[in-house]
Ligand binder design. Structure first.
Ligand code: FPP
Length: 245
């Protein structure tokens, strides 16, 4: 098992769970079987993060672009999500995990929307960890919605132009309750951000691994955290300045 320093954990980990399709192909299975196996990796990762004491975990489960996949795959993913929420709600409650979502939830079909709303409501008072699922999510859409809401609030006199700051903009995003991610993990050997948390990841450390998402396990998470802990986060300052703080 990889050693990590429990005193220097990232507060917020975001993950682009990629490679389900390739995993399925490698095992001569259909794509939805890859996603099913991916849901097991989700379960393991949530457990591992909770046990380690990670405060926020955000998972890119379905992007706005994913709607363009074959209907059978979209349907399969929606069914999986529904099953996952039904089967995990008790574990979320037992472990004091709050479920949140980012993205255009209204675009999801009714049964998924229903169980999502119930799970979000039921776990709202849990506070040991926040698990956020990005669903029908696209960072550019999120920013456009924020701009529209800001303009609307300006029109109605709620805010002035001078009050528009980075902090105010952040508070209009779906992620308003979350700190910016400290660590982004992307699996399956792809080196892209794919329209995920573009504003929020200005100073995030990126970690890429060749492991396909369905194979991602606790030790892969520990490796990512260990690598994060070896990095020096400078936030635009010099190394000397950081060492003096
Ligand atoms: C990317 O792999 C993965 C997705 C588009 C969906 C992620 C969904 C899950 C991990 C399972 C369900 C989620 C939850 C929260 C229960 P890909 O299909 O793009 O893989 P490929 O690039 O190898 O084709």
């Amino acid at each position: 098992m990889t050693n990590i320093d429990l005193q220097k954990l990232p507060q917020h980990i975001a993950i682009i769970m990629d490679g389900n399709g390739r995993w399925a192909q490698k095992h001569a299975l259909g794509r939805v079987s890859g996603h099913k196996k991916g849901a097991e990796a989700v379960r393991d990762t949530v457990r591992a993060c909770r046990e380690l004491g990670i405060k926020c975990l955000t998972l890119y489960a379905f992007s706005v672009e994913n709607w363009l996949r074959p209907n059978s795959e979209v349907e399969g993913l929606m069914r999986l999500l529904e099953e996952f929420l039904h089967s995990e709600i008790q574990e979320l409650m037992d472990n004091d995990i709050r479920l949140m979502t980012i993205g255009n939830i209204d675009a999801l079909r009714e049964p998924v929307k229903k169980v999502l709303k119930e799970s979000v409501g039921k776990t709202a008072k849990n506070s040991s960890m926040i698990l956020t699922l990005a669903l029908s999510y696209g960072s550019r859409d999120e920013m456009i919605h924020a701009v529209r809401k800001i303009l609307n609030d300006k029109d109605t006199g709620k805010i002035t132009t001078e009050e528009i700051t980075k902090e105010l903009f952040s508070s209009y995003l779906d992620t308003s309750l979350l700190p910016d991610p400290d660590l982004l993990i992307r699996t399956s050997g792809e080196y892209r951000v794919s329209n995920f948390l573009l504003w929020q990841m200005a100073y995030t450390e990126f970690y890429f691994t060749d492991v396909l998402w369905p194979d991602f396990r606790r030790d892969d998470l520990l490796k990512a955290i260990a690598e994060y802990q070896r990095r020096e986060r400078r936030f635009g300052l010099t190394s000397d300045q950081i060492q003096k703080t």
